[in-house]
Design a protein around this ligand. Structure first.
Ligand SMILES: [Zn+2]
Length: 471
């Protein structure tokens, strides 16, 4: 790839440069690769039951829902002046990903997405679907979902023999008489949710639904198993497919495959394909930009603090939510205390360990990002900055993460109030150097309480799977 020095310039300066010069550089940033025409690597006609079970469980876990990250109502205030020395970088870039082994694609990334009125317009269930669909509108990729209304449909209507012209989403009742015609999961009468909860069923260019078709796919149907969601039979129920689950299925629709099906070397990257991601990650956007390259794509410089860190866990990886504390030794505690001028974890008596991941979602490298841990009263007010530093330069579509003890200098600790509900925040920002199109995802938050002494720590039990993180 040709190096384009303009990518390191500030947005304002680049805007002042000629459009022609920028276009010459932009061409490189969205160069298609050989995987556009690949015909293999897609075995997602029937996502496996284990993954579906994970998808379902994720719905019960409110800790990483968009509501949590939306609670950071203030724009990050971090700037370079508050940053201390750099931390070791664990940069992972998508530049070397073998995209041909990461799934297929649709004929066109611009789809009409017909959503059943069983997800009623104006309802929360509909909002989650609309939100997830909006994540797939990326200015640097030729993708986009236009959500329209559709009446509830039978299996025959959802999966017609002729090529469908739109993508769809509806509940599917496994007890209905025509369930045997469902081309993706034929287990009879599955109301136990053991084999599937949500499913993406593709229609291939070879004219087939389900497995065994020939790439590229022309369209897809996302089905939610009516037996697995209370909302399917009670419109007032809050048990409906959530945005992160819908986004996962949409990822399948666009051609993505589960992380365990990726080449080994790529599995450390975060993706909606691992589940539980209330945001599209650097990897996810890179996938869309490689598989659906946009001509004349704008240069986009967005950064994001991830609500999830993907950590080495034993021989594999696991996603650990920021704020998934609850007494897990090794992860940041939800309850801490102050002793001898230090902030300590009630669970361990040591400085609380934290794990954070941040992204460059852009097509541009970011010269350096300022990141910070902050704490503030849940009721609002100015944050106390606990720790801040400037990270390594981020290549385009990359992620970095850091894990370690949160050691708070005594003078900063003095600003942290005791015995009131607090929010621990992790924020990432480009400061004033670059203008972003979206600042809404630049911080993540978690509840935390500081008690007066270790004697005041409340007893707790149990641990979480993210207890043994490896940076
Ligand atoms: Zn899946």
């Amino acid at each position: 790839m040709k190096h384009c020095p303009m990518h390191t310039l500030g947005r304002a300066l680049r805007n002042a440069l000629s459009a022609t010069a920028l276009a010459a550089c932009s061409d490189n940033l969205v160069q298609p690769d050989a995987s556009i025409s690949d015909t293999g690597g897609d075995n997602l006609a029937s996502p496996d039951a284990a993954q579906m079970a994970t998808d379902s469980n994720a719905d019960d876990d409110g800790s990483t829902t968009p509501d949590d990250i939306a609670s950071s109502e203030d724009a990050p205030t971090t700037d370079a002046d508050t940053a201390s020395e750099a931390r070791p970088s664990n940069l992972r870039t998508t530049a070397d990903v073998r995209w041909a082994l990461h799934g297929g694609r649709l004929v066109s990334g611009r789809m009409t997405f017909a959503v059943s009125t069983r997800f009623a317009p104006g309802s929360n269930a509909r909002s989650h679907i609309v939100e997830a669909a909006a994540w797939y509108t990326d200015p640097a990729a030729d993708v986009g979902l236009t959500v329209v209304e559709a009446p509830p449909m039978s299996v025959a209507e959802l999966f017609p023999s002729e090529a469908p012209t739109v993508a769809r989403m509806d509940y599917l009742d496994t007890r209905a008489a025509d369930y045997g015609g469902f081309p993706c999961h034929r287990q009879p009468d599955d109301v136990s949710c053991g084999s599937w909860v949500m499913n993406m069923c593709p229609f291939w260019s070879s004219g087939d639904w389900g497995g065994g078709g020939t790439n590229p796919r022309q369209s897809f149907v996302i089905s939610a198993n009516a037996g697995c969601y209370g909302h399917a039979s009670d419109a007032t129920s809050g048990d409906y497919p959530k945005s992160h689950g819908v986004a996962h299925e949409l990822g399948h629709g666009f051609g993505m495959i589960h992380t365990p099906d990726w080449p080994e070397a790529d599995r450390g990257l975060l993706s909606t394909m691992q589940g539980r991601m209330p945001i599209l990650t650097a990897y996810d956007l890179a996938f869309l930009r490689r598989k659906y390259p946009a001509l004349d794509a704008p240069e986009v410089v967005d950064v994001a603090a991830s609500p999830v860190s993907r950590l080495t866990m034993g021989s594999g990886y696991d996603n650990c939510p920021f704020g998934d504390f609850d007494g897990a030794p090794g992860m940041v505690a939800d309850e801490v205390y102050v002793a001898d001028g230090a902030l300590l974890d009630c669970a361990t008596g040591e400085p609380p360990k934290v794990a954070v991941t941040w992204f460059n979602l852009g097509t541009d490298p970011v010269p350096g990002l300022a990141v910070a841990f902050r704490m503030r009263r849940s009721s609002g007010g100015q944050p106390a900055i606990l720790d801040a530093w400037t990270t390594a330069p981020m290549p385009r579509e990359s992620q970095d993460h850091w894990a370690g003890p949160l050691v708070v200098p005594p003078d900063l600790l003095a600003a942290v109030p005791v015995d009131v509900p607090l929010r621990l925040e992790f924020a990432v920002d480009t400061g004033d150097g670059l203008e972003e199109s979206d600042e809404d995802n630049n911080s993540v938050t978690a509840q935390m309480t500081v008690v007066a002494s270790r004697a005041a720590c409340r007893p707790r039990s149990g641990t979480r799977p993210c207890a043994t993180l490896v940076p």
